[in-house]
Design a protein around this ligand. Structure first.
Ligand SMILES: [Zn+2]
Length: 142
């Protein structure tokens, strides 16, 4: 029996554009045409004004670090093989906050408000999937 994994999104027809864009190295958010506010995670209607006039928009990939926690134990496979890692909330330049992971650094490198840039992790084991993560600005390809 294959191991159950908890690191893969359940992709449906609505979220497919988001994951396809990630595979191309682009981060998408949703923006409301009525009130102008962007949101994330993606929803089919605006969480601010309930309008259904919401479109995909490519985000700048710029963000600041809102908060983080170093995860030392996670029993959900395959996260146990990745500890310790930095689970974080990033404030996107477009406004929404996003649950994510900060990679390629240690906790001592982090400060609230630190500039982040989106990066992408492609997982090829168990089916190819690309997810957005973040790294500190100035520490990678930008
Ligand atoms: Zn709206």
């Amino acid at each position: 029996m294959p191991e159950v994994r908890f690191d893969r999104p359940e992709i449906d027809s609505f979220t497919r554009p988001y994951w396809d864009a990630a595979a191309e190295g682009r981060l998408l958010v949703r923006r409301c045409r009525d009130c102008g506010v962007a949101h994330h995670y993606p929803r089919e209607f605006c969480p601010g004004c309930w309008s259904e006039a919401v479109d995909w928009e490519e985000a700048s990939g710029k963000a600041t670090l809102y908060t983080w926690s170093v995860v030392h134990r996670n029993d959900l496979p395959p996260f146990g093989n990745r500890v310790p890692y930095i689970a974080a909330v990033a404030t996107l330049a477009e406004g929404p906050r996003m649950m994510t992971e900060v990679v390629d650094c240690t906790e001592s490198d982090l400060r609230i408000g630190a500039e982040l840039r989106v990066a992408f992790r492609t997982m090829a084991d168990g089916g190819t999937c690309t997810i957005p993560v973040f790294r500190l600005a100035g520490t990678g390809v930008e």
